[in-house]
Design a protein around this ligand. Structure first.
Ligand code: RIB
Length: 312
């Protein structure tokens, strides 16, 4: 079977990953107690790594700084089978940097300095469309106007668009997005977009309805971490429970893994959203059992092994 060619237009960061038993309070200093490391991250690049590991042809349109972090990331992408033809180097701005603070239970809080990611241009993305993708995958760690323009370009060419709607801002004019296939925020992002925290079926449905009114999406998919995911198509909804693949050590990039996995599987299986969401849940469940961002993302074989292991 021909691999689906998926163009990711998004961010690339080096993550400074720190570990602590609890986050510092205001004015408090906490010592790292689990090792510190610079590791490949960035929501766009993580998704591109995921798509490559999960059996798609992955093309990344992103911008790196002309620095050591940029060089290391570029090599990492090549080693991971990503098509790097549309990765640009910004001579004036550094590679994006994320400080990832991981607490003892694996939960994280992230601060991103976007650097070169903020300088991805219209010309850059127009050039990337020359790869003639089967689908376009977008996130919001690049300027919203660029993501919006990429969505419109894709739509005008009849290319399906998948959006991992992170990070969120209530100020984004989501109404301006063209029709997209999937729009997928997590719980915190849904709260930011709608003012509703999706926690059970009722609040998830209210939040999904609020999103559906603003975004012309075939499916709203709300990632709910340890609760699985909630899918709404404008008429029907379902809540898919999560998988468990082991102890949760680090949730970084679990959401990126989920949405990328859902996208890869959806394009492969002819649009079966339930099977794609189940595959996404399995990918996210494996990612949380491993430390790091891109490094935690599973392969297609690993995801299928979990799917075949007896369910939830
Ligand atoms: O989704 C996880 C990612 O968010 C991290 O890798 C970090 O770079 C931020 O972009």
């Amino acid at each position: 079977m021909n691999k689906k060619r998926i163009l990711v237009i998004g961010s690339a960061n080096m993550d400074l990953a720190m570990n602590m038993y609890k986050l510092p309070e205001r004015g408090e200093t906490v010592m790292d107690d689990g090792g510190v490391a610079y590791v490949p991250g960035g929501k766009g690049a993580n998704s591109a790594v995921a798509l490559a590991r999960l059996g798609a042809e992955s093309i990344l349109s992103a911008k790196l700084g002309r620095d050591l972090h940029g060089q290391k990331l570029y090599e990492y992408y090549k080693e991971n089978g990503i098509n790097t033809s549309f990765i640009k180097v910004d001579r004036e701005n550094p590679t994006g940097l994320a400080v990832v603070m991981r607490e003892g239970d694996g939960a994280n809080r992230i601060v991103v300095y976007p650097g070169a990611n903020s300088h991805l241009t219209q010309d850059n993305i127009e050039e990337a469309f020359s790869c003639l993708p089967d689908a376009v995958y977008l996130g919001f760690e690049i300027p919203f106007q660029i993501a919006l323009s990429a969505a419109k370009m894709a739509r005008s060419r009849g290319i399906p668009v998948f959006i991992d709607a992170a990070p969120a801002s209530r100020d984004y004019p989501l109404e301006n997005l063209p029709e997209v296939e999937v729009f997928s925020p997590n719980q915190a992002e849904t709260l930011e977009y709608t003012g509703i925290m999706p926690q059970g079926a009722d609040s998830s449905l209210r939040a999904a309805l609020a999103l559906y009114k603003r975004v012309r999406a075939k499916y709203i998919v709300i990632k709910q971490g340890e609760r699985g995911c909630f899918v709404y198509d404008g008429k029907h909804y379902f809540l898919l429970p999560p998988f468990r693949a082991g102890n949760v050590v680090d949730t970084t990039a679990a959401g990126d893994s989920f949405t990328a996995a859902l996208t890869a599987e959806y394009l492969r299986n002819g649009g079966d959203i339930k099977a794609a969401a189940r595959y996404g849940n399995a990918a996210g469940a494996i990612a949380v059992t491993r430390k790091g961002a891109a490094s935690s993302i599973p392969t297609d074989e690993e995801v299928r092994a979990l799917l075949n292991s007896g369910g939830y």
